[in-house]
Write a protein that binds this ligand. Structure first.
Ligand code: NAG
Ligand code: NAG
Length: 351
């Protein structure tokens, strides 16, 4: 679907006009899923229904118009290893936040509402054999590309070349794990990736054997701190053109990285349920699949929808979050629950 528009109250009308989702077509480049964390209405909700459901407690994306389907492809049922490629300059403190988020997905040590509680919704998805998505998500190998091997402006195709360099490097290459391996390319704030900020904050796809030598599910997520924090690190930074809208305090004191966390969660949830873009998605078009996290964009808590993020939590320090991880708090968007047919998350007030 080329555009996703719905009615919103001002001042978000202004946001929405600019946040109209532009379809990324297979026109010469690679089809991917883009995501921006702005408050976004349910993409497939018809505006009449939107208004009808607006007062309902179950609004969180609940819609009879959503037809999420399983298209018979594989999902990640084997233990998942997330291999990280740090592209450009990253501080150790920033790496810690992201590693701890990934380590929190399978951890049982964080109190509810927890990141592992959030992953429980993802585990509800199965493949043809009835096997569920793995409950185990581990931090895999890591590699640094400190000196920007492919420059500071990457295209969708050159992202695959960056990954190729990482898995074929002469020293400490990232391992090839066709079973359960996910590759996360994280770019530093001074790196521009095609469509970053204007259309997307992250995307996922799989590598082509003709470029990389293997078919590996991967995602790219950019640190938007320099280029567009008001877009990709929302709500920890807000767009300049909305007067009076104040940013919320981020839970780990790093606006760019705290903003990346929800995008990383979004992409990992979709990689697990749709790694080769032939498993779980809604919509008629595999070129523009609407996946389990796309369906819940902008929804972080009970009542979320339209311009409202839903009920969130406030830390002692005034930071806003919605789930606990190991030693840290995070703000992560909800994902679609295909059993209940609405978006769910661990901080839901009615579960
Ligand atoms: C939107 O929903 C209303 C009420 O259910 C329905 O009458 C109308 O046909 C729908 N419009 C579209 C474009 O689906
Ligand atoms: C596996 O998926 C099925 C179908 O959604 C669900 O009923 C079951 O609870 C899931 N199992 C786990 C361990 O999540």
């Amino acid at each position: 679907m080329p555009y996703r528009i719905a009615t919103l109250e001002p001042p978000f009308q202004a946001v929405l006009t600019l946040s109209i989702f532009t379809t990324i077509l297979l026109s010469g480049t690679i089809s991917v899923t883009g995501w921006r964390p702005w408050p976004n209405p349910h993409p497939t909700v018809n505006t009449t229904a939107d208004l009808l459901f607006a007062g309902s407690k179950k609004y969180e994306g609940s819609s009879s118009f959503v037809h999420l389907k399983y298209h018979m492809g594989p999902v990640l049922t084997a233990d998942i290893s997330v291999h990280i490629l740090w592209y450009g300059t990253w501080r150790t403190s920033q790496k810690h936040i992201i590693r701890e988020f990934i380590n929190s997905i399978s951890s049982s040590s964080a109190p509810p509402p927890s990141v592992s509680g959030w992953w429980r919704t993802v585990r509800l998805y199965t493949d043809q054999t009835g096997a569920n998505i793995s409950s185990t998500v581990r931090l895999g190998a890591e590699k640094n590309d400190r000196f920007y091997s492919h420059g500071k402006s990457l295209t969708r195709l050159s992202v695959q070349s960056v990954l190729k360099s990482a898995v074929t490097a002469a020293t400490k290459p990232l391992p090839i794990s066709p079973q359960g391996g996910l590759y996360l390319l994280l770019t530093a704030p001074d790196v521009y990736v095609e469509d970053f900020c204007g259309q997307v904050c992250g995307f996922h796809y799989f590598t082509f054997p003709s470029i990389v030598g293997y078919t590996l599910p991967y995602a790219w997520v950019g640190n938007s701190a320099k280029l567009c924090p008001g877009v990709c690190a929302y709500p920890f930074q807000v767009p300049d053109y909305i007067p009076g809208l104040k940013p919320l305090k981020s839970p780990n004191g790093d606006v760019g990285v705290d903003g990346m966390i929800s995008v990383i969660g979004h992409e990992i949830a979709e990689l697990a349920t749709n790694p080769l873009v032939n498993a779980w998605y809604a919509g008629p078009d595999p070129i523009d699949p609407v996946e389990i996290a796309d369906l819940c964009e902008g929804i972080y808590g009970t009542g979320g929808g339209g311009s409202y993020m839903g009920q969130l939590l406030a830390g002692y320090d005034g930071a806003t979050y919605n789930m606990n991880g190991i030693r840290r708090k995070f703000l992560v968007q909800w994902v679609w629950n295909h059993v209940l047919n609405y978006c769910t998350g661990p901080n839901a007030l009615d579960q």
